[in-house]
Design a binder for this molecule. Structure first.
Ligand SMILES: Nc1ncnc2c1ncn2[C@@H]1O[C@H](COP(=O)(O)OP(=O)(O)OP(=O)(O)O)[C@@H](O)[C@H]1O
Ligand SMILES: [Mg+2]
Length: 277
């Protein structure tokens, strides 16, 4: 069982338990290898970042963690993913239950052409019977947690598509939170947002990590620095693509100068130098 320290922990001796783990995880598309033997352990209450060039396999890895990868029939998965020690890929795993406990937030907000209220409780209603009088309570709690309640409380019956993109992303977060997930997988959740909405999501991540575990794919290294306790850098180098080239505490990884691909990536993402292939 892997144990790690968390960013901002006051007690340096405090350690956290690994709740999500991959062992020699591999993904193939025909003969092409998209992920080659990923080993990582994500600890309870941490924000774990996945960084790396475009095409490295970050989204593919994220989708393995709650088996969204199953929806892509052209891909073959090998190796293990363990959630609280139980095989995510095993027959005994209830996939719907898994996706409730390991929720997901995508790059573009996925909003249904329904009211704000119906969007928030959409997943919960499919998961369990929920009395009409409780729907508002569930929605309010989730919207408050997603810092959207004040902005929408007087128009819960209006179409969600009328919200701004930043509000829509917080609405999607509320829909995920309404399911009370233990882990939230976030795939570049702010890349479609303006700076103010990005800040709102960043603030929420800092708040959410008090109760939940987050795996965050980001291209914004400043965001990774602000939010992530640890990061894994995934390589996209020929022959090395889909492999973890470096993993550890965020600042330690970012300051590695001995890995050319990583320092190119850090320089490029910060606009300091230009990436060379
Ligand atoms: N269904 C698929 N069939 C074949 N190849 C795929 C499939 N899905 C992804 N790939 C390939 O796998 C590689 C990794 O893709 P992935 O989307 O995971 O990268 P990424 O690191 O998330 O990139 P980005 O930062 O651009 O989002 C890419 O080369 C992509 O073309
Ligand atoms: Mg991606």
């Amino acid at each position: 069982m892997i144990e790690t320290k968390s960013k901002g922990q006051s007690d340096p001796s405090e350690t956290r338990t690994c709740i999500l783990e991959t062992r020699q995880l591999k993904v193939y598309a025909g003969k092409q290898v998209l992920l080659q033997g990923i080993d990582l352990g994500i600890s309870e209450g941490e924000v774990f970042g996945l960084i790396g060039p475009s095409g490295a396999g970050k989204s593919t890895l994220l989708r393995c963690l709650n088996r969204l990868i199953d929806l892509d029939q052209g891909l073959r998965v090998e190796g293990a993913v363990l959630f609280h020690g139980q095989s995510v890929r095993g027959r005994a795993m209830d996939v719907d239950e898994l996706r409730v406990r390991v929720g997901m937030l995508f790059q573009q907000p996925v909003v249904f052409p329904l009211s704000i209220l119906k969007n928030v409780i959409f997943g919960v209603r499919h998961q369990r019977k929920i009395a009409r009088r409780d729907r508002l309570l569930v929605a309010e709690k989730a919207l408050r947690e997603a810092a959207l309640w004040q902005e929408v409380k007087d128009r819960l019956q209006t179409p969600a598509l009328k919200l701004s993109v930043g509000q829509q992303q917080r609405l999607c977060l509320a829909r995920t939170l309404a399911m009370e997930p233990e882990i939230i997988l976030m795939d570049e959740p702010t890349s479609a947002l303006d700076p103010k909405s990005t800040q709102a999501i960043d603030d929420l991540i800092m708040e959410l990590k008090k109760k939940r575990t987050i795996v965050l794919v980001t291209h914004h290294l400043n965001q990774a620095r602000r939010l992530c306790d640890r990061v894994a850098f995934i390589s996209a180098k020929s022959g090395e693509g889909g492999r973890i080239a470096c993993m550890g505490e965020t600042e330690t990884v970012m300051s590695r100068t001995d890995l050319a691909e990583l320092s190119d990536f850090v320089g490029c993402e910060q606009g300091v130098t230009c990436c060379e292939s």
